[in-house]
Design a protein around this ligand. Structure first.
Ligand code: FES
Length: 161
């Protein structure tokens, strides 16, 4: 005697449709969770570190720097030099070991090991091996002064205002 264990359903014709729908939903769920896994891994791998301040920035309008002034901007590590209708930006990072130089009567002086620079950043004493770099300065379309620390210019290169 044989027993037929196959189940029969009243809606037998609907069975393949329901199965394919469940298969489709399962596949979509697996694909979605896989995609989420890939995205979360990419977000995790991407470094969230920042690498210091931007090297190109604006520092204000020319009128913010009166003629004859030398203004040290501590955060940007530059000195803005204004002479008449000319303006320049000189680095205040000592070329010896990177301390921030201060303004002095004769130019710049480094508090760390005593390097001294004249007003143009030329080394006049101490262990600093190179002069202080000058940076490219331009006038932005909105009239603000823009400094580009990625672009060094020869000493004595002023922006004419
Ligand atoms: S870091 Fe300026 S003299 Fe050494």
């Amino acid at each position: 005697m044989t027993v037929n264990l196959k189940r029969s359903s009243p809606g037998g014709a609907q069975e393949p449709g329901r199965r394919s729908m469940l298969g489709l939903l399962t596949g979509a769920g697996l694909a979605g969770s896989g995609l989420l896994g890939v995205i979360s891994n990419l977000v995790f791998i991407k470094p969230r570190a920042t690498y210091g301040q931007p090297q190109r920035f604006t520092i204000g309008k020319p009128d913010d720097f009166p003629t004859g002034s030398r203004v040290a901007l501590q955060a940007q590590k530059i000195c803005v030099v204004r002479e008449g209708d000319k303006l320049a930006a000189v680095s205040t990072v000592c070329t010896h070991l990177g301390c921030t130089v201060g303004l002095s009567e004769t130019g710049f002086a480094c508090p760390c090991h005593g390097s001294r620079f004249d007003h143009d950043g030329v080394v006049t004493g101490g262990p600093a091996p190179k002069p202080l770099p000058w940076y490219k300065v331009t006038l932005a379309p909105n009239g603000e002064i823009e400094v580009d620390k990625d672009t060094e210019v020869p000493s004595g290169s002023y922006l004419s205002l």
